[in-house]
Design a protein around this ligand. Structure first.
Ligand code: NIG
Ligand code: FE
Length: 354
């Protein structure tokens, strides 16, 4: 190409652009006030049960204007690009009513049109039971299945449908009902599974043929086996373990069993207020004990597979998009080993410097 720009890599490392396959990108406010509550010993689920946690972000997101949410999410995407991320998945789930869920998804849709980042959209109306339905779970389930999912599908605002399958949030039966309804409307299932309690989320992921199960901190051997058999991608989120002070997902056991392991940030205002996928790579190596090659594959090709984009992004090969990162690093070991600096030097998206 005549107007092409040449970049000399000076012998340094070049990788595919990173793929962040699990983020809660669009939300109002932050929750720094919960840090003190946490340090006084309250658990994540206790804070949620008291109307804080996700529900406090729901209040902030409902009251935020679409433009404000757009600007805030855009700033996050800009920061991700600077860190070497060229594709993300983004979930709704802080509206928990039809109007606000659609508002969040429209923000994602606008960003898909205006931002260089590739963005896969996920409907997560089943992120919590909103306060106004606290005494009427069935009412909220019906709202999800009879109004929200059909509207999201009809307006083509999401590719995936996700559920927070967890003690005190959505049971396995409720999650199955929501994901099966999503499937009827053409939405591909994803599940927040085995994050805090192993109530059967990873097995359900395999049963409904979800493209991925996410979190999996306490994933039991039966869950690993079921995912291996079904080809479900395990999307592990080590910064969330770090931030919640919990154990780390059994990623080595998954790899041994033949499960494709992806890693993502889980960027959200509660359990992981960081979007730094480079730190995810560090934790993958140090806590999951992944090899540098496994850690890179987890945030590139396997992450792309977990959002159905492995035909376009996630590796450098003919026919795929020219998404790549030139690192201020001599080799892969170095980016697993150095912690806390931004080592992405030059980021190329669809063949263009960004
Ligand atoms: O993936 N687990 C559920 N959802 C998010 C947390 C959302 C929040 O705390 O605001 C997660 O960790
Ligand atoms: Fe999440």
């Amino acid at each position: 190409m005549e107007d092409a720009e040449t970049v000399d890599a000076h012998g340094r490392l070049v990788t595919p652009g990173l793929v962040d396959a699990h983020t809660h990108l669009v939300f109002g406010g932050w929750r720094q006030n919960e840090l003190g509550i946490k340090l006084h010993g309250a658990s994540y689920l206790e804070i949620l049960a008291q109307g804080g946690g996700i529900l406090s972000t729901v209040k902030a997101t409902r009251s935020a204007g679409e433009e404000t949410l757009y600007e805030k999410a855009k700033a996050a995407l800009d920061e991700m690009l600077r860190l070497g991320v060229t594709t993300v998945e983004a979930k709704s789930g802080y509206g928990l009513d039809l109007e606000t869920e659609l508002k969040q998804l429209r923000v994602i849709q606008s960003l898909q049109k205006t931002h260089p980042m590739d963005i896969a959209a996920t409907f997560l109306g089943a992120h919590a039971i909103p306060e106004e339905y606290r005494e009427d779970r069935e009412g909220y389930l019906r709202l999800l299945c009879e109004e929200m999912i059909p509207a999201v599908a009809e307006q083509k605002l999401a590719t995936f449908c996700d559920v927070f399958c967890e003690t005190g949030v959505f049971s396995v039966e409720e999650s199955r009902r929501i994901l099966e309804t999503g499937k009827k409307y053409g939405l591909i299932p994803k599940i927040h599974a085995d994050e805090i309690d192993a109530i059967g989320g990873s097995q359900l992921a395999a049963e409904v043929n979800a493209i991925s199960a996410e979190h999996l901190i306490v994933c039991p051997p039966e869950g690993i086996e079921a995912m291996a058999k079904q080809g479900t991608v395990a999307c592990c989120l080590p910064m969330t373990s770090f931030y919640l002070g919990s154990t780390f997902a059994p990623a080595r056991d998954m790899i041994r069993a033949g499960v494709a392991v992806a890693m993502a940030s889980d960027f959200n205002p509660g359990s992981c207020p960081s979007l730094n996928l480079q730190f995810v790579i560090n934790l993958g190596a140090l806590k999951y004990r992944l090899t540098p090659e496994e850690a890179l594959t987890a945030v590139t090709l396997n992450a792309a597979a977990s959002i159905g984009m492995a035909d376009k992004v996630g590796s450098l090969e003919p026919g795929k998009q020219g998404d790549l990162v030139l690192w201020n690093a001599p080799d892969l070991d170095y980016i697993c080993y150095r912690v806390g600096s931004n080592l992405a030097e030059t980021v190329v998206k669809k063949g263009r410097l960004v």
